[in-house]
Design a protein around this ligand. Structure first.
Ligand code: FAD
Length: 292
């Protein structure tokens, strides 16, 4: 199908983009990489009256480390992340994710921020952002605000971005030398959305105890989920196999998946457990810890 008719705006400044969005309210949608919005329009699942294409906005395709944060502008593509040497060496969770989102063609256009804004219940970036405790900078005509990923993710395909607003950047805390992470995803074939996936980030103390931990799952509920009980079980403890088993079991408890062509609800629930366990073991391995 071809999309319903729409107006197309191509602002050259952030102010102009926000003005269009504010003027047209719920009729307007931001167009970033178009990898989710355009298919949705073609299937007539979305029929925005106005598209505000942000691809010409200056200075939104950057990645920089400042103030303890890695910041990524709204036009950073998945491939920018995938091939960045600093990401590959320091940001293990983010690097893992950047290699398994969709396929190379989609990753060449799709943006990290666009994926977060789309907030697909099976999206890879929202789970990673939860585990890494990311935050987003949202800009509107009355100024900007910073929102934690937990507050940003509201429901399936729904975020806290209001009418007349857009996200200008996502910020990830810079990991310490004793921090690592991993992303475990099962998919039917390369390029598919997850059947289930788990995002993990762990920071150890000098003595090898778990100082902080992020655990999130995707494709197993109405929205990507933080597994807070797993984090509570792990935080402050010495990593052991029993502890990992107990934490991973929490993922199955809160998973509430829909059965579909990718698997039954019972299978996906169990995969949430398995993938959290695998992700924890892989992350600890990357930190030089072999659990027994
Ligand atoms: C074949 C195919 C396979 C895919 N497989 C996967 C997969 O395995 N895993 C996965 O996670 N995703 C997958 N995707 C989806 C895709 O990776 C992302 O959803 C996509 O990259 C979203 O980013 P975008 O820049 O293309 O956003 P767009 O499609 O341009 O926009 C998506 C939504 O976010 C809004 N938006 C975008 N940017 C902003 C902003 N800065 N501020 C406010 N709102 C904004 C738009 O208005 C729209 O509602 C797949 C897509 C395709 C076509």
């Amino acid at each position: 199908m071809i999309p319903a008719a729409f107006e197309y705006k191509r602002p050259m400044s952030l102010e102009e983009a926000i003005r269009y969005l504010a003027e047209r309210g719920s009729d307007a949608r931001v167009l970033a990489g178009g990898q989710s919005l355009i298919p949705a329009m073609r299937y007539r699942l979305a029929q925005p009256a106005v598209l505000v294409d942000i691809n010409q906005l200056p200075n939104l395709r950057y990645m920089q480390q400042e103030g303890g944060m890695l910041t990524m502008g709204a036009l950073v593509r998945d491939t920018d992340v995938e091939f960045d040497k600093n990401i590959q060496s320091r940001y293990h969770l983010i690097s893992d994710v950047s290699r398994v989102v969709a396929d190379p063609i989609v990753r060449y256009r799709g943006t990290v921020v666009g994926s977060l804004c789309h907030n697909d219940p099976s999206g890879d970036w929202p789970a990673a952002a939860l585990a890494a405790r990311a935050q987003l900078v949202i800009q509107g005509s009355r100024g900007s605000r910073v929102e934690s990923i937990d507050d940003f993710i509201v429901d399936s395909f729904t975020t806290s971005v209001g009418e007349g607003e857009l996200v200008v950047e996502v910020q990830f805390p810079i990991p310490s030398a004793r921090t690592s992470g991993a992303y475990e995803k099962i998919e039917r074939k390369v390029g598919d959305f997850a059947t289930a996936a788990a995002a993990i980030q762990i920071e150890l103390t000098e003595a090898g105890m778990i100082k902080d931990v992020g655990v999130a799952v995707t494709a197993v509920a109405q929205k990507p989920l933080r597994v807070a009980e797993a984090e509570n079980i792990l935080r402050g403890e010495k990593p052991t196999l029993d502890l990992i088993r107990a934490a991973a079991a929490e993922a199955a408890k809160i998973a509430d998946p829909n059965p579909d062509a990718r698997g039954s609800a019972a299978y996906k629930k169990d995969m949430a457990r398995v993938l959290v366990g695998r992700g924890l073991i892989k992350t600890l391995g990357r930190l030089g810890v072999v659990v027994a």
